[in-house]
Unconditional design. Structure first.
Length: 172
């Protein structure tokens, strides 16, 4: 036996619950979620483009920067000459023009490595452009870095550069 409907419902003639407002609210909620997802994707894509643009700007600037070109050429000469690079890291050469050139290149690599780690620069793009030079320069400068660390008592000097070079060496 069925229960009789309440008097108020019977009087209004409305026996069914209206789902219209629930459907509308659900549609608004789904639309908001989809819009949020699209916005987040667009933000991520814009960050990716900005990172690539910053990397291209850096590479382009280096190709035309006279100071960088001169220091890079000096560093390349020092890498190939005798005495080896670590010779210039000794205490008695700490103010020499040679160690200034070496430090300039190592500082540049450290800055690039931090930029990559922080997501400011695009690692894949920079790696395609500069991987061989970075890894080769690290291998040539490793003993110099060790000497500087020992002389200064700071074991973290050029640690970001080291980490990047070692990662790129192991992932060819």
């Amino acid at each position: 036996m069925t229960e009789p409907l309440p008097q108020a419902v019977m009087a209004s003639g409305n026996v069914f619950i209206s789902y219209g407002p629930l459907i509308s609210a659900g549609a608004v909620l789904v639309s908001a979620i989809v819009a949020g997802i699209i916005a987040l994707r667009n933000i991520a894509e814009q960050r990716k483009i900005a990172r690539r643009r910053a990397t291209l700007d850096l590479i382009s600037h280096r190709e035309w920067d006279g100071d960088y070109i001169r220091i890079r050429a000096e560093f390349n000469k020092l890498k190939l000459s005798h005495p080896p690079l670590e010779f210039w890291a000794a205490e008695e050469h700490k103010d020499s023009p040679q160690i200034t050139v070496i430090r300039s290149i190592l500082n540049d690599y450290e800055m690039i490595s931090i930029g990559i780690r922080e997501g400011i620069l695009d690692e894949a793009l920079y790696k395609r452009w500069f991987r061989s030079s970075l890894v080769n320069d690290y291998q040539k400068a490793k003993a110099t870095i060790d000497t500087i660390r020992q002389r200064t008592g700071v074991p973290t000097i050029y640690a970001e550069f080291q980490a990047l070079a070692e990662r790129w060496t192991s992932k060819k």
